[in-house]
Design a protein around this ligand. Structure first.
Ligand SMILES: Nc1ncnc2c1ncn2[C@@H]1O[C@H](COP(=O)(O)OP(=O)(O)OP(=O)(O)O)[C@@H](O)[C@H]1O
Ligand code: SF4
Ligand SMILES: [Mg+2]
Length: 378
């Protein structure tokens, strides 16, 4: 049965107090709900000089606990969406394992896969692309239920859709509307509601707010926060916006060129980042730009291509602290502090390095010590 209700969303942000436990010290002790182990996705591209390989995801391991919201951040092209597509079985992995609730998630095929697809739902960045422009919202929301045999007959499905529309803050009139008669934020709520109607065990949101304006973004974030606090839904949230990460996520995984380079609980990551790339991201957020393009401007050189990733530490071409052996040896992801993992051979030596912009902003009182985002931050 559906668990109800999700609170109605509002245009003004109402920062709910966090009730979820802190996870920093439990990193290896709690069983994971989603376990991704050594996942690789290489695309082979034909070229005049022989086939080239895009190393889109290049050995990702990540464990997400039940009820946890895991943030995934990294610059454009680092493999976030590919990771999401592997976990939702929209693309196959070249290598690696994905377990959901202890069961092999990559093994089912055919009818077995069809039956289990509803367990893992993906919400894309662009809700317009996710909906058929010729179908009413009601039909778009009830069709997947019918496909998965949920909700009995048409009458019951209609009742559930109407209930879900209300849950996501939309009134019954939306049932008969076409996508073109809705705003982007309303459509994103429709898409999230449609995913929830399938009662997924895991919801993956790939840039769920980046196509929306500020007030719509706030509404969607409130909705996702409700799902987290009231339903305890396990989620992976992909975003370029560090404010979204701070607001929603329990832990945050930072990706660079298809690999995980840092993983920590939210407060640790924002207060004590260890990897030079994470520090650059944080410096960008302290400059109040909150975007990865701002981080790029703090780093030298262009992002390398996944067609030809650098040797050794893949960040060495842009790392302000690179040493000669960084180009030769690939660092492993290692435990730095309780619950914090980093892929840098020299993180200890760099621990005292200040984060660009932190002294200035802190001494001017611009950036509060607390990592709880301000109510108007979005
Ligand atoms: N079907 C494909 N064939 C070849 N290369 C692909 C394919 N899909 C993705 N890639 C490449 O894999 C890399 C990772 O792509 P992906 O879409 O996962 O990045 P991303 O981190 O989601 O980026 P963004 O933040 O821009 O959405 C990119 O270099 C991309 O060009
Ligand atoms: S291993 Fe070397 S290049 Fe890589 S992040 Fe650490 S210091 Fe920089
Ligand atoms: Mg993407």
């Amino acid at each position: 049965m559906m668990r109800r209700p999700i609170a109605a969303t509002s245009a003004t942000i109402d920062c709910p107090r966090r009730t979820a436990p802190r996870y920093a010290d439990l990193a290896h002790r709690e069983p994971a709900f989603l376990s991704v182990e050594g996942v690789v996705k290489h695309y082979r591209l034909p070229s005049l000089t022989g086939a080239k390989v895009v190393k889109s995801v290049d050995g990702m391991s990540l464990h997400v606990r039940a009820g946890e919201v895991m943030g995934l951040v990294g610059e454009s092209g680092c493999g976030k969406s590919t990771f999401a597509r592997i976990v939702t079985r929209l693309t196959t992995a070249t290598h690696g394992k994905v377990l959901i609730d202890g069961e092999d998630w990559l093994a089912p095929t055919g009818e077995a896969l069809r039956r289990r697809r509803r367990d893992v739902q993906l919400v894309f960045q662009d809700p317009y692309a996710a909906l058929d422009p010729r179908m009413t919202i009601g039909t778009s929301m009830s069709a997947p239920m019918a496909h998965h045999g949920i909700g009995g007959g048409a009458t019951e499905r209609r009742a559930r859709v109407l209930e879900m529309l209300e849950d996501v803050g939309l009134d019954a009139s939306f049932y008969h509307r076409l996508p073109k008669q809705c705003s982007g934020g309303q459509l994103q709520r429709v898409v999230i509601g449609r995913a929830l109607l399938l009662e997924p065990k895991l919801l993956i949101c790939d840039e769920p707010t980046s196509a929306l304006d500020a007030s719509m973004r706030t509404q969607i974030l409130n909705l996702l926060m409700d799902l987290k606090l009231r339903r305890g839904l396990t989620m992976v949230v992909i975003s370029h916006d560090l404010r979204v990460m701070r607001y929603l996520c329990d832990r945050i995984a930072v990706m660079y060129l298809g690999k995980l380079i840092e993983l920590a609980d939210r407060d640790t990551l924002f207060n004590s980042p260890t990897h030079p790339y994470t520090k650059a991201l944080l410096a960008a957020s302290l400059l109040d730009q909150n975007s990865l393009s701002a981080a790029d401007s703090l780093l030298e050189g262009d992002p390398p291509s996944p067609l030809n990733p650098p040797s050794g530490c893949s960040f060495h071409t842009r790392c302000p602290h690179a040493r000669p052996d960084c180009a030769a040896f690939e660092p492993e992801l290692k435990l730095a502090r309780p619950g914090q993992f980093v892929r840098c051979r020299y993180w200890e030596a760099l621990a005292e390095e200040p984060i660009a912009g932190r002294e200035t902003t802190e001494s001017s009182g611009v950036h509060a010590q607390s990592t709880q985002p301000a109510a108007t931050a979005f």
